[in-house]
Design a binder for this molecule. Sequence first.
Ligand SMILES: CC(=O)[C@@H](O)[C@H](O)COP(=O)(O)O
Ligand SMILES: NCC(=O)COP(=O)(O)O
Length: 248
Amino acid sequence: MTEANRVLLGVNIDHVATLRQARGTRYPDPVKAALDAEEAGADGITVHLREDRRHIQERDVRLLKEVLQTRMNFEMGVTEEMMVFAEEIRPEHLCLVPETRQELTTEGGLDVAGQEARIRAAVERLAKLGSEVSLFIDADPRQIEASHRVGAPAIELHTGRYADAHTPEEAARELQRIQEGVALGLKLGLIVNAGHGLHYHNVEPVAAIPGINELNIGHALVAHALFVGFKQAVVEMKQLIVSAAAKG
Ligand SMILES: CC(=O)[C@@H](O)[C@H](O)COP(=O)(O)O
Ligand SMILES: NCC(=O)COP(=O)(O)O
């Protein structure tokens, strides 16, 4: 396999913390899940410290920063509170995401085109930490071009609409949007990642997109881990990604 078709797996451990927060217990510990994921072949660990702290807590992020063998991808809203916390943690990767207090999950991409000055200022400030800054956006040419203009080196394309498609035709259309988004991002010199809602039955066509760098996957992995264990869940996802990428 060449470097060109190697697709990385970022394991999102947020929903291990969701289970813990549901009862206010000390278990299950997302830090243990992260270490197990690394042993099973994860290329990085993703966490989203939400404003409402519904899953990941500051304690998790601080501990992860100390113990991870791979790297942290820290997802955050564009708020002063999060900027200050990111400056303390200095994660290797930072991903700016939109956040709405009441949403069930991250429902759309960041509107970079509609607030270029604000996002440019955030990207410049965070880049000083030495972190690779990424923008979580829809596969929309306007947003991809704006991400390039504000100086972000990387983007993560939101795959939620593809994952939530109700018919094969709709899924094919959404996949095509992602494929075109990846191609445009690469043409502009961006690192292109993708994620959200990917699972064992829909990940392969995305992993096969030429040039895609990393897939961030969480909810489906945590769900599958209930039945097969966390390490095995990561191993199975990684196998799917690696083999799809090799064919892509
Ligand atoms: C930004 C994003 O997509 C992730 O952080 C992920 O989906 C985590 O789960 P929640 O959106 O449920 O917090
Ligand atoms: N940025 C997307 C992510 O980290 C994982 O999303 P999901 O697999 O939990 O939907």
